[in-house]
Design a protein around this ligand. Structure first.
Ligand code: BMA
Length: 864
C-alpha cells in the first residue's frame, strides 16, 4: 500500500511551507524485503542428479548434502568429482507474491552473488544473464510478477564449457600459473583468465580444483514506494582529534520529483548531526551532506587504541514522514599510504591518525573451497586469531573473493587494517571491451559495498602480475618473453587499462582510500617491477623457499614493506586424519600428495629440515617437525623485518588460513587450529619484542617497540647450559625508544667459562617495574648440532580464579615442547615453546572439549 502517495500532494506542500523539521518525523513502512533463499531445488540438465538445494550454496555442497557425492576433501575424492563443473545445473523455486508487493512502485529482484554464468528466468521469461561472480545483480521485476505463485529459475552454465569456448576463440593462450587445468582434465588449457570468478576455484598451490556453480550469496525482492536510499558513504575529508569534517554522500533512487529533508543522526551525538533540504529529481540522485563532529572518538588499529565505530542513521523525510532510511557504520580516522623519498629510497608505510604504524599481519585466502559454507563463527575465528597474535593487518589476496560484509565488520571491530586486493592474481587477462566494462562494474559494486569500513586502508590492483610479466633476475617469471611484439603490446595494454586506468579511477571516485597497482611493485608505474633489493614499494620475498636461500637471509633482504614471504608445514596429525587413512601415512603417498599442491613442497620441507634439524623417519614426528621448522623460519623473518624498522614498515607472511585440510604455508589450518608458527608469530608480533642475532662471535641484541612512548626497562641476561647451570648473569637498564627498533650493546659469550655453542642457551627477559614484557630464548647454533638431552618432563594441573593451567617442568632444556591431547579439543594459550632447565611454565587451558586429565596430555619435543 502506498501510504505516502495519499498524502503526497497536499502533505508535502503544507509541511514544506510550515518548515516542519526533523523532530516531527513519523516513520512509515515503505521498504519491504522478501527473502528468497528457501525452497530451492537443483537438477542437472540431463536429469541425472536432483535434490533440494541450499541457497546460498554451491552445486558441490548440494550434491554432498543429498548423498550424491562423497566428501570432496576426503583422500583423493577431488579427482573423481571433476565431472560436476562440466555440467549445466538448473536451480528453481516457487514463491508467492501478494497484492501488497505488486502495488509497490518498485519491485527489484536482487542477487548478492551468482556463480557465475547464470541465466535467470521469472515465469519462463529470461530476465538476466549474469557472468561475473564478483558482481551483484538487480532487475526490476514489477511487471513480470503475478499475484499468487511465481517461478524463479536460475540456469547455471558450466563455467568450464564457457571457459573453453572463450579459450578456443582467443588468438593466444594467457599465462595462469596456478590454474590446475590438468587436474580438471583440460590438459594445458588455462581457462580461468576468461571468467570473472575466484581464481583459486581452478586450483592453487595450496588448494584443490573445484570450479563451483551456484547461487552463492542471498537472493531477495526489494520493494518500495516513492524513493529509496540506495547507498550512503561517509566521506572523511579531514579527521583530527579535535574535529572530523565529514560528508555523507547519499544515493537516492526516486520514482518522482520530491522536496525532501535529509536528516542524519549518530549513536554518539544527542541531536541530528546534519539536516538538509533537497529537491530530488526522478531517477538516481547523488546528494552530499557535509557535517562535523567535534572531538571525535577515532578508530585505531589493534595495539594503538580502541577501534571506535560510529553508527549513522540517514533518513529522507517528505511531508513529515520518513520515507526511506538507511543505517551505516563508519570509523573516523585519517589514513594514508606514505611514499616519500628518503636517503635510502622511498618509504612505503601506513599512517593512521598521524601515527606511522608498522603493519603486522598475514595474507588471507578464502576459508573454504565452497564459500557459502563459511560460517560467521569461521570469520570470527580467523579475525580473532589475527588479533590474538598481535596482528593489525590482513591482506585479502587477489585470487579469492571480495569478502563477506561480516568479515570486514569484524576487522573494523578488532582494529585489523585490511589491504584489499582486487580479484586478479598470477595471470594476464584479456582486455576486450566487454571484459573491461565487466571489470569496471565489479569494482564499482565492491568499492561501493565496502567503502565505509575504516579497516580498509588500501585497494591494490592485483597479486604479482606486474613482476610476472616483466622478467627480472630473482623471482622473475618472464611471461613477456612468451609472446611476439604485437601480442606483448596487446596483453600489456589490457594490463594498463585495468590496473592503471579503470581500477584507480573507480577507487578515486568512490573512496578516499589509496590505490596501489600491483603487489609487489617498487613504484607506481608498471615499469617499476619489484626485486628483492628494491628500496621502495612492497616486496614478495620468496628467496627462502623457492630459491633455497637459508632462513638467515631474511636478515639480508630487507624491504620497505614485506607483503609476502612464507614457508610450508603440514597440519597436525589430527587434521591429517580427517582426510587420510593409516595406509596413507607417508608424506609421499598418493593421498598425502593430493593434499600437498606445491610441486616442490615436500622437497623443500625436507631440504630445510636437514639444514637445521634431525629429519625424522616417523610420519607423525615429521608432521610435528615441519611445524617446528616453519615456526623457526617465520619467526626469524618477522624479527628481521621489525629490527629493520623504520626502514621496513610492514611484515605480512603468507598465509594465515586454509581453504581445505592441506600441507601449506598457513599458520592456522582448515579447522582453525593453530600451528606452531601461529604461537611463534604471536610472540614475534608482541608490542615490545626482544630480538637476538648471532653475528660472528657476538650476539646482537635489539628491542623493537610499537608503543607510542619511550620506556625504561630492565633486561635480564642469563647464559646457562642445558642442565641449568648459570654461567653468566647480568641486569641491564634499557631505554626502549618509541615506535622503532633499538640496538643494544652486543653480548659476547665466548670468554665465559663453560660456554659451548652446542650446549648453552641465552635467556633474555625484559621487565618494566618488575613486570615481564618480553622474553626470548636464544641459541648459538642449529638444533641439529646441539647436545640436547632426554628431559624428564613433569606435567601437573592447577586451578585458580583465572582458570585452568597445565604446569610444566623439566630437569633439562626442552625445545619446541608441544602439548596435545589425542582426543582433540585442547586449546592452550601457548604451545611449542622452549622450557628452560629447572624453569616452570604455566600454560592456560583456553578451551577443552573434555575434562583436562594430565595423564592424557601427550608431548613432543625436538631431539638432536
Ligand atoms: C604467493 C602468493 C600465492 C601463492 C604463494 C605460495 O606468491 O601470491 O599466489 O600461493 O605465493 O606460492
Amino acid at each position: 500500500m502506498n501510504i505516502y502517495r495519499s498524502i503526497k500532494n497536499f502533505g508535502i506542500f503544507i509541511c514544506w511551507v510550515m518548515g516542519i523539521c526533523a523532530c516531527q518525523q513519523k516513520p512509515i513502512d515503505n521498504y519491504t524485503v522478501v527473502r528468497l533463499n528457501k525452497g530451492w531445488t537443483y537438477e542437472d540438465v540431463e536429469g541425472e542428479h536432483k535434490g533440494s538445494a541450499i541457497v546460498p550454496g554451491t552445486i558441490h555442497t548440494d550434491l554432498l548434502n543429498n548423498n550424491q557425492i562423497e566428501d570432496p576433501f576426503y583422500r583423493t575424492n577431488e579427482k573423481d568429482l571433476q565431472w560436476i563443473d562440466k555440467k549445466d545445473w538448473v536451480y528453481q523455486k516457487t514463491f508467492t507474491v501478494g497484492k501488497n508487493i505488486l502495488d509497490k512502485d518498485k519491485v527489484v529482484l536482487h542477487f548478492y552473488g551468482l556463480d557465475t554464468y547464470a541465466d535467470v528466468f521469472i515465469n519462463g521469461k529470461l530476465i538476466l544473464e549474469a557472468f561475473n561472480m564478483h558482481r551483484e545483480w538487480s532487475v526490476d521485476v514489477k511487471k513480470m510478477l503475478m499475484e499468487g505463485e511465481n517461478l524463479l529459475k536460475v540456469y547455471l552454465h558450466s563455467p568450464v564449457k564457457k571457459g573453453l569456448e572463450l579459450y578456443n576463440a582467443s588468438p593466444y593462450a594467457y599465462p595462469a600459473t596456478n590454474d590446475q587445468s590438468e587436474n580438471g582434465g583440460l590438459g594445458d588449457k588455462k581457462i580461468s583468465v576468461f571468467t570473472r570468478k575466484a581464481g583459486y576455484h581452478y586450483g592453487w598451490d595450496w588448494g584443490p580444483r573445484f570450479v563451483t556453480s551456484g547461487i552463492w550469496r542471498p537472493v531477495e525482492l526489494r520493494c518500495w514506494d516513492d524513493l529509496n536510499i540506495e547507498s550512503v558513504y561517509i566521506r572523511q575529508p579531514s579527521v583530527t582529534k579535535q574535529l572530523a569534517k565529514l560528508t555523507a554522500e547519499i544515493n537516492i533512487d526516486a520514482n518522482d520529483g520530491f522536496e525532501a529533508e535529509l536528516v542524519i543522526n549518530s549513536d554518539k551525538e544527542k541531536s541530528a548531526v546534519a539536516v538538509k533540504k533537497v529537491l530530488l529529481k526522478k531517477g538516481m540522485n547523488l546528494v552530499s551532506v557535509p557535517f562535523e563532529i567535534v572531538n571525535p572518538k577515532l578508530w585505531w588499529s589493534n595495539g594503538l587504541g580502541n577501534p571506535t565505530m560510529y553508527d549513522f542513521n540517514v533518513q529522507v523525510v517528505v511531508g513529515g514522514m520518513v520515507v526511506s532510511n538507511k543505517k551505516v557504520s563508519a570509523g573516523l580516522r585519517s589514513v594514508k599510504l606514505v611514499r616519500e623519498a628518503d636517503d635510502k629510497g622511498e618509504t612505503f608505510l601506513f599512517e593512521l591518525n598521524g601515527v606511522r604504524v608498522f603493519a603486522k599481519g598475514a595474507n588471507y585466502i578464502p576459508n573454504d573451497s565452497f564459500l557459502p559454507r563459511v560460517t560467521k563463527s569461521d570469520y570470527e575465528k580467523v579475525v580473532a586469531d589475527a588479533a590474538d597474535a598481535n596482528m593489525n593487518m590482513l591482506r585479502i589476496w587477489g585470487g579469492g573473493i571480495y569478502e563477506d560484509d561480516y568479515f570486514y565488520e569484524l576487522c573494523d571491530r578488532n582494529g585489523i587494517m585490511v589491504w584489499q586486493d582486487f580479484m586478479f592474481a598470477c595471470s594476464m587477462y584479456p582486455g576486450n571491451e566487454a571484459m573491461l566494462k565487466n571489470i569496471e562494474q565489479e569494482a564499482i559494486d565492491n568499492v561501493t559495498r565496502l567503502h565505509n569500513h575504516p579497516s580498509i586502508v588500501l585497494w591494490c590492483g592485483n597479486n604479482e602480475i606486474n613482476t610476472a610479466w616483466h622478467h627480472y633476475g630473482q623471482g622473475g617469471w618472464g611471461w613477456k618473453k612468451r609472446y611476439n611484439k604485437e601480442q606483448q603490446e596487446e596483453i600489456h595494454r589490457a594490463y594498463t587499462d585495468i590496473f592503471h586506468d579503470i581500477l584507480p579511477q573507480v577507487v578515486d571516485s568512490l573512496t578516499e582510500t589509496d590505490y596501489w597497482p600491483s603487489s609487489p611493485q617498487s613504484g607506481y608505474e608498471p615499469n617499476n617491477h619489484a626485486s628483492y633489493e628494491s628500496t621502495s614499494g612492497d616486496t614478495h620475498y620468496w628467496g627462502v623457499w623457492h630459491a633455497l636461500h637459508p632462513f638467515e637471509d631474511f636478515d639480508k633482504y630487507k624491504s620497505r614493506f614485506m607483503s609476502e614471504y612464507g614457508f610450508q608445514s603440514f597440519p597436525d596429525f589430527e587434521s591429517v586424519q580427517t582426510y587420510a587413512k593409516p595406509e596413507d601415512y607417508d608424506i609421499e603417498s598418493e593421498v598425502m600428495a593430493a593434499h600437498q599442491r606445491s610441486g616442490i613442497g615436500n622437497l623443500r620441507i625436507k631440504e630445510y629440515l636437514s639444514w637445521y634439524y634431525k629429519v625424522p623417519d616417523n610420519f607423525e614426528e615429521f608432521l610435528y617437525m615441519s611445524q617446528v621448522l616453519q615456526a623457526h623460519g617465520i619467526r626469524m623473518a618477522i624479527e628481521a623485518h621489525r629490527r629493520a624498522m623504520p626502514y621496513c614498515m610492514g611484515s605480512l607472511y603468507w598465509q594465515i588460513n586454509d581453504c581445505w585440510p592441506v600441507a601449506s604455508w598457513s599458520s592456522t589450518d582448515y579447522y582453525h587450529k593453530w600451528k606452531a608458527v601461529h604461537y611463534a608469530v604471536k610472540k614475534a608480533f608482541e608490542p615490545v619484542m626482544i630480538s637476538a642475532v648471532n653475528k660472528g662471535h657476538e650476539v646482537e641484541l635489539y628491542v623493537v617497540s610499537d608503543l607510542q612512548e619511550n620506556k625504561k626497562a630492565e633486561m635480564n641476561i642469563q647464559l646457562m647450559d642445558f642442565k641449568g647451570n648459570i654461567l653468566y648473569s647480568e641486569v641491564r637498564n634499557v631505554d626502549i625508544m618509541e615506535n622503532t627498533s633499538t640496538q643494544l650493546e652486543s653480548f659476547n659469550p665466548e670468554s665465559i667459562d663453560g660456554f659451548t655453542k652446542e650446549s648453552c642457551v641465552l635467556a633474555l627477559t625484559l621487565s618494566e617495574d618488575g613486570k615481564e614484557i618480553s622474553t626470548k630464548t636464544h641459541f648459538f647454533t642449529t638444533a641439529k648440532e646441539q647436545k640436547l638431552q632426554s628431559p624428564e618432563i613433569d606435567i601437573s594441573f592447577e586451578e585458580s580464579a583465572e582458570g585452568l593451567y597445565l604446569v610444566v617442568k623439566s630437569n633439562t632444556l626442552v625445545r619446541g615442547l608441544y602439548l596435545y591431547d589425542n582426543r582433540s579439543g585442547l586449546i592452550l594459550d601457548d604451545n611449542y615453546f622452549d622450557l628452560l632447565p629447572g624453569g616452570i611454565k604455566k600454560v592456560r587451558v583456553v578451551k577443552s572439549l573434555y575434562s583436562v586429565d594430565t595423564k592424557r596430555v601427550n608431548f613432543r619435543y625436538i631431539t638432536s
